[in-house]
Design a protein around this ligand. Structure first.
Ligand code: EPS
Length: 397
């Protein structure tokens, strides 16, 4: 049985992007509105460059799907590039002056060339369209066990929203997010974000920010503490750091835990039988500083992930650099780009986190078909709800 995995292929200005997903159970209906909706959302956000006016990203499933449902075979989907011109040297010329912050310098040396284009075409964030596609397919699987995902922009440059996102209000927050041009569920912060991006454009500069993703409805016990490679938080961190331009990832309080006492950090546990049917199985926490994971496993609380995206490396005004052929100092080369892509990155990060959660859920519940996967999930939560399994008199207090 293959594990749930995905791989992407394709260049920014090649003919197509490809996403291949293996290990999906058979019978999963693909919610095409959701998949294409998220692809469209990833194309948007205030501060994007001219490329997004050219492209119309839609998923074209070419293997592993029949009559709208997965068959259990590897799933391949394409996102075609309209701006396809990889072999046209006039329109896609060599790049000899690497952009500080981009993959240009390290990649050109790694692959022993002075033409950074060899690297940048693949390093480009265009690839995140394919990664988003894979993540949203995984989110379709999570929806089958009532696990929902919500991603948004927490901060751009130094303007941060204090909006609080909870299992009760996240749908309302989603409406606010969807009304925001920077995907931030706070209209006042959105206006300030837009002003920051406008000013960066005038200054021929770029800006980054913070993305946040919440996963709701995950029962305790997804992931594992038995092998560090199976820790849910470790997998999420790996996936988020794998997104272009991300420089840090935090779960829950993140690095703030370092400056607090244990009594301030750890989330007290209570039991409320009236909440037994919820995904927490009745274990109530008055705070969620752990961000929904303890010991590398979900604990029933929402999984909360924050990722920091650096400012886009392509600056219209250039940055000090050198020509790789002459070694002479010259400003970095300009390629059409974005001023700010934090909004788009919030869509990518939500999808990337969804994929890791789905992978860990499949590791736990398994199943060749969706029916089996859901049955295994139901049996697990039902059993967990009736613990202890031994007669009470045999349980040592
Ligand atoms: C990117 C440069 C720009 C961005 C691109 C990422 O591409 P282009 O040079 O074609 O204008 O638009 O992002 C996307 C194309 C996308 O779909 O997100 C880069 O250098 O990383």
């Amino acid at each position: 049985m293959p594990k749930l995995e995905y791989q992407t292929a394709g260049e920014s200005h090649g003919p197509t992007l490809v996403c291949t997903i293996t290990g999906l159970p058979a019978g999963l209906p693909l919610d095409m509105d959701r998949i294409n909706g998220e692809l469209a959302r990833r194309q948007g956000g205030y501060g994007r460059g001219g490329r997004q006016r050219i492209e119309t990203d839609v998923a074209d499933f070419v293997t592993g799907v029949r009559l709208g449902k997965t068959t259990g075979a590897p799933v391949t989907a394409l996102v075609k590039n309209k701006d396809s011109r990889l072999d046209d040297l006039e329109r896609t010329p060599p790049v000899y002056r690497p952009r500080p912050g981009h993959a240009d310098l390290a990649g050109s040396i790694k692959w022993l060339t002075t033409d950074c284009r060899e690297t940048l075409e693949r390093a480009s964030a265009r690839e995140t369209a394919a990664r988003t596609l894979g993540g949203v397919v995984a989110a379709c699987l999570l929806a089958e066990i009532n696990v929902q995902t919500f991603g948004f922009v927490r901060q751009i440059l130094d303007v941060r929203t204090d909006a609080s996102v909870t299992p009760e209000n996240w749908r309302e927050m989603r409406e606010l997010r969807d009304a925001s041009e920077t995907y931030c569920p706070d209209p006042a912060a959105t206006e300030r974000h837009k002003a920051i991006i406008r000013q960066a454009k005038i200054d021929k500069d770029t800006v980054g920010g913070l993305c946040e993703a919440h996963i709701f409805g995950l029962p305790p016990g997804i992931g594992s503490c038995m092998d560090w490679r199976d820790k849910l938080d470790a997998r999420i961190a790996y996936a988020v750091m794998g997104i272009q331009a991300f420089k840090s990832v935090e779960i829950g309080l993140g690095r703030a835990v370092a400056g607090l006492h244990g009594s301030q950090v750890h989330d007290p546990i209570r039991y409320d039988a009236s909440k037994k049917s919820e995904s927490t199985l009745g274990f109530v926490r008055s705070s969620n500083n752990a961000g929904g994971t303890e010991g590398g496993m979900s604990n029933g609380m929402p999984v909360v992930v924050t990722g920091a995206m650096k400012p886009i490396a392509t600056l219209l005004r250039g940055m000090p650099s050198v020509d790789l052929n002459t070694k002479q100092e010259q400003d970095s080369q300009y390629e059409r780009s974005d001023i700010c892509a934090v909004s788009a990155a919030s869509v990518v990060m939500e999808a990337a986190v969804a994929f890791e959660v789905a992978r860990s859920a499949l590791d736990k519940f398994g199943g060749d078909s969706l029916i089996e996967f859901k049955d295994n999930y139901e049996r697990f939560v039902e059993t967990a709800r009736i613990l202890p399994l031994d007669p009470p008199e045999t349980v040592i207090a």
